[in-house]
Design a protein around this ligand. Structure first.
Ligand code: ADP
Ligand code: GLC
Length: 519
């Protein structure tokens, strides 16, 4: 995926200077797909010749030595309860197989009382009670960092790209507490919504901890049915909004998917676009993946068969030539894991294996554990978070289940395509935008890459799985599905260009200062 010289900005398209701010990023800290996006998109932009900074919290769980983190600066961060001294550590994300000047500066905000914990946002399913203080502090630190870069760097960032509720206060602070600061004058902001189901809602009484004045606690800014809503603040103050697929950008304008913010989103729809995520095709490459027992490519799938038998061994299943279904997922209602649990008894009547890797809702975990205890010959289960095992499952399985109730983009189905594992998805959000569903004509034309169903019901999921199992018996059709999936371009190349075009519009031409102030 290295950029050719023509990918780099020409003289008339000067390179962009973008500061990404994200609560998680691979390879440093991850709970879900946001981390994969924040670890890969900055690299792809850097490959295109742009200057990119990535700012994350310096969680205690990050292996600082392995990632070369070193103290870079000390910052005094003003907060509602007084100044806090933070350390900014610096590391690099360098781009493999790319020009030597291609790198992303990683800056990590270190303040151990907030970030040296076992989890990122919660432990044992319970959110940290001081999440507002933690992420308001993080956003203030980012603003101070921008001021510092504005003072000291010859070429400071001109765009701030925030992600999800944890960083949504950055665009708010930029237009309010920092509005008069010359160091950040002209800085434009974007906010990407990766999942509208998580908004950062806190009781009104803790609002003063944001450090913002009472005039901003209104229904057009940060108030939401009497509570504080950080994402809503970001939606109001960012210069431009994006989400992670075109279908999801339309869905969130409806009551079914808007989680109460559909009205706000509808009002902002002229400055909202959906750009589908890519994946890091170097990290997720079955031809080179170091954690697989064997490697393979679309022209030689022998290694995939080895991956399947080794996966059966690893998951303590008998090594047999039966269809192997898989799920790797956060165990939450969003992902439709209850639909999978609801059809497990029917599936157990069939000659197949199913392997599940996930963690999340304790009741889902318990439900899968009890099924596994009852059917140890057919169900392989791992409760927990295991990145390497996720790769081996993507490689070893025949089919990947993603019956999400909603899915802003979804990365796992893209990993499945790349690893020749056929996704079975609910037609929603990014799943609708990235999977071409099976039909006899679509498979004949070599377009079909998976199976899709519409209703979020166990019956509809079961029907799709039964169809997939039927098609699996037809070796030619199955091979066509695998090949079409593996040949699909899932890389960041095209989407990174869409972001770069959008950044240009936001930074200059398309949107004039003042036209995007909160309504
Ligand atoms: P989301 O971000 O909503 O969880 P995505 O499909 O965008 O969904 O991304 C999920 C990412 O998290 C994928 O990289 C997937 O492999 C990974 N993942 C989810 N659960 C686990 C787990 N238990 N162990 C390892 N990786 C996981
Ligand atoms: C969120 C969404 C998921 C998306 C990911 C990265 O976690 O749930 O659909 O792929 O963000 O954008």
């Amino acid at each position: 995926m290295s950029a050719s010289p023509i990918d780099r900005p020409s003289k008339d398209a000067p390179s962009l200077k973008v500061l990404f701010v994200s609560p998680e990023a691979t390879p440093f800290a991850k709970t879900g797909g946001l981390a994969d996006v924040a670890g890969a998109l900055p690299l792809e932009l850097a490959r295109l010749g742009h200057r990119v900074w990535l700012v994350i919290p310096r969680y205690g769980t990050i292996d600082g030595a392995a990632h070369g983190f070193k103290e870079w600066k000390r910052l005094t961060v003003p907060t509602a309860s007084g100044p806090v001294k933070a350390v900014i550590e610096q590391g690099d994300l360098s781009c493999p197989q790319a020009p030597p000047d291609c790198q992303v500066s990683v800056l990590a905000v270190r303040y151990d009382p907030y970030f040296d914990r076992q989890g990122l946002y919660q432990e044992s399913g319970i959110d940290y009670p001081d999440n507002l203080e933690r992420f308001a502090f993080f956003c203030r630190a980012v603003m101070e960092l921008l001021v510092l870069l504005g003072k000291t760097s010859a070429s400071p960032p001109t765009l701030l790209h925030a992600h999800d509720w944890q960083t949504a206060l950055c665009p708010v602070y930029l237009r309010t507490l920092y509005a008069g600061r010359p160091e950040v004058r002209g800085l434009r902001s974007l906010l990407t919504v990766h999942n509208l189901g998580y908004q950062g809602i806190f009781p009104a009484k803790v609002y003063p901890k944001t450090g913002l004045g009472p005039e901003l606690f209104t229904p057009t800014t940060l108030e939401f049915f009497g509570s504080l809503n950080l994402l809503k603040g970001g939606l109001a103050f960012a210069d431009f909004l994006t989400t992670v697929s075109p279908t999801y950008s339309r869905e969130i304008q409806t009551a079914e998917f808007g989680f109460g913010l559909e009205g706000v989103i509808r009002e902002q729809r002229d400055r909202l676009v959906g750009i589908v995520n890519g994946i890091d095709v170097e990290v997720w490459n079955p031809a080179t993946d170091p954690v697989l027992p064997a490697r393979y490519s679309v022209s030689d799938l022998t290694g995939k068969r080895v991956c399947k038998t080794e996966l059966q061994r690893e998951m303590k299943l008998p090594v047999r030539d039966v269809p192997l279904l898989a799920m790797v997922s956060r165990l939450t209602a969003q992902k439709g894991v209850d639909l999978v649990a609801d059809i497990l008894l029917e599936l157990m009547e069939l000659d197949l294996h199913i392997t599940i890797l996930g963690t999340g809702d304790p009741s889902d975990e318990a439900r899968f554990r009890s099924f596994q205890a009852r059917y140890p010959e057919k169900i392989g289960l791992r409760i927990g978070f295991d990145e390497d095992l996720a790769h081996r499952i993507e490689a070893g399985a025949d089919m990947f289940l993603m019956p999400s109730r909603y899915e802003p983009c979804g990365l796992s189905q893209l990993y499945s395509l790349r690893y020749g594992t056929v996704p079975i998805v609910r037609r929603t959000g990014g799943l609708a935008d990235t999977i071409v569903p099976y039909s006899p004509s679509a498979v004949r034309e070599g377009r079909a890459t998976g199976f899709a169903f519409d209703e979020a019901t166990p019956e509809a999921l079961l029907t799709a799985v039964l169809l997939a199992l039927h098609v699996y018996e037809n070796r030619n059709e199955w091979r066509s599905l695998i090949e079409a999936g593996m040949r699909t371009d899932t890389s960041w190349a095209r989407s990174a260009r869409s972001y770069a075009d959008l950044y240009r519009r936001v930074a200059g031409g398309g949107l004039e200062a003042g036209t995007v102030s909160p309504k």
